[in-house]
Design a protein around this ligand. Structure first.
Ligand code: HEC
Ligand code: HEC
Length: 377
């Protein structure tokens, strides 16, 4: 309702609202999706045996449902002296919590020598990001650095679990999924321990198969179709995220405009590409729309990697995060280890070393306008 009023008044939709142009039927699907996204699952629904939170919204709620969160996840693995990465004990994601009587709590194996933390990524504008064609991302790749700018960038070639087709991943810190449905299935299993049609086997890093059998009584898949709507949980999460609007830009003044120019001049925009476009779509909401996300959706090594190999990404690579909505999100970087955008820029290295040095060499006034631009996103 709030969203409808804002549209009537010709204003931006509120953060956490749906895309303004959707139909009434789509709004209803968004609403049904939002309801399930916030609903808290119980052991009877299949929660656990180990899990990170009991609802999607538990980790996606700042500053509105769909946003970032305050729970940090743990991944772990083993890297040998030759740099080879091994997944220990059935996976890299080690859950924080377990269901009563808590005798199924996962343990990080003692051999683990890579421990990584990851914070949640806001979902605002997810449907638009999903609608960007694979080719548009591939067109930005430069793995051999042919243009000699020191910046490479690799598209994450993955197999989409929902269709079995090779796609370009774009969601997650490692660009591990290409579609919202696949990510919904992945998250339902990996965050909440709820098996589903796309991910039918319990994830249990750090839990032995015998313990798992003893601890998990529910039959798989635990995500079942709603009798009324015919939709599975994963379908509803997809609908909510698909129609969720991006965060509107903050005020743009002369300093912000000048700051964006500096952002382009010193090379930030080579990775944080200001605008991509969705492909042709029968749905006008997604048909050839600008997506002002400030990301190329490619994997880069900027020296901040977490050591975990996942999907197409090496331990050193992280997908360029989108910068839209940056002003509403703290902390920053995949592990939440940076408090401010300026601290983040100083952490850019390797492929981004030249750009970082250009930033550091800027006169103070130029630095200030660049930071003002980042505060406007
Ligand atoms: C325990 C916290 C937690 C819960 C619960 C959770 N998420 Fe997330 N979410 C995260 C984290 C952390 C990431 C980044 C994951 C990564 O790449 O390693 C993420 C990333 C995502 C992304 C990728 C967004 C992007 O633009 O890259 C999607 C989509 C997503 N979550 C959807 C969901 C859905 C749907 C649910 C419920 C089924 C859910 N999440 C539950 C923490 C959580
Ligand atoms: C070579 C590609 C590349 C270049 C050039 C680059 N970045 Fe980044 N940027 C990244 C990657 C990859 C990350 C994610 C690193 C991580 O999370 O560990 C990132 C993270 C960020 C973040 C944190 C976003 C978040 O959600 O945590 C900000 C802010 C940012 N960059 C701003 C800039 C600015 C400003 C410049 C120019 C001075 C710049 N970047 C240049 C690739 C790049």
């Amino acid at each position: 309702m709030l969203a409808a009023l804002a549209v009537l008044a010709g204003q931006d939709p509120p953060v956490g609202g749906p895309l303004p142009e959707i139909t009434a039927a789509e709004f209803e699907r968004f609403r049904v999706g939002l309801e399930d996204f916030t609903s808290v699952e119980t052991v009877a629904d299949g929660l656990g045996p180990a899990f990170n939170a009991a609802s999607c919204a538990a980790c996606h709620n700042v500053p509105a449902i769909g946003g970032s969160g305050t729970i940090t996840e743990i991944r772990a693995g083993y890297r040998d002296d030759d740099g080879r990465f091994t997944v220990l004990g059935g996976g890299t994601l080690y859950h924080l919590f377990s269901i009563p009587p808590h005798n199924c709590h996962p343990r990080i194996p003692a051999e683990a020598n890579v421990i990584a933390r990851r914070i949640s990524i806001p979902l605002f504008g997810g449907g638009l990001v999903e609608a960007i064609p694979d080719e548009a991302i591939v067109a930005l790749e430069d793995p051999e650095d042919r243009n000699g700018d020191g910046i490479k960038g690799r598209a994450a070639r993955i197999v989409d679990v929902a269709t079995g087709r090779e796609r370009i991943g774009r969601f997650g810190w490692k660009a591990q999924q290409a579609t919202l449905l696949a990510f919904a299935g992945d998250a339902y299993l990996n965050e909440m321990g709820i098996t589903n049609d796309l991910f039918p086997t319990e994830a249990a890093a750090g839990i032995s198969p015998e313990t798992l059998r003893r601890c998990d009584a529910a039959s798989d898949p635990e995500d079942v179709r709603d009798r009324l709507t015919g939709l599975r949980g994963i379908d509803k999460f997809e609908l909510f995220m698909k129609f969720l609007a991006p965060v509107p830009r903050g005020p743009i003044d002369a300093a912000v405009q000048r700051g964006e120019q500096v952002f382009r001049e010193i090379g930030c925009a080579a990775c944080h590409v200001p605008e991509l476009r969705t492909g042709p779509s029968p749905n006008p909401v997604f048909d050839r729309k600008p997506v002002r996300l400030y990301s190329d959706l490619l994997l880069h090594d900027i020296g901040a990697g977490d050591g975990i190999e996942q999907a197409a990404a090496t331990g050193d690579e992280i997908r360029t995060p989108a910068l839209w909505g940056l002003r509403l999100r703290r902390p920053l970087l995949h592990d939440g280890s940076a408090a401010t955008p300026e601290a983040v820029i100083r952490r850019h290295d390797n492929e981004a070393a030249r750009t970082r040095d250009s930033f550091l060499a800027l006169p103070r006034a130029e630095k200030e306008v660049l930071l003002a631009f980042l505060r406007s996103l």
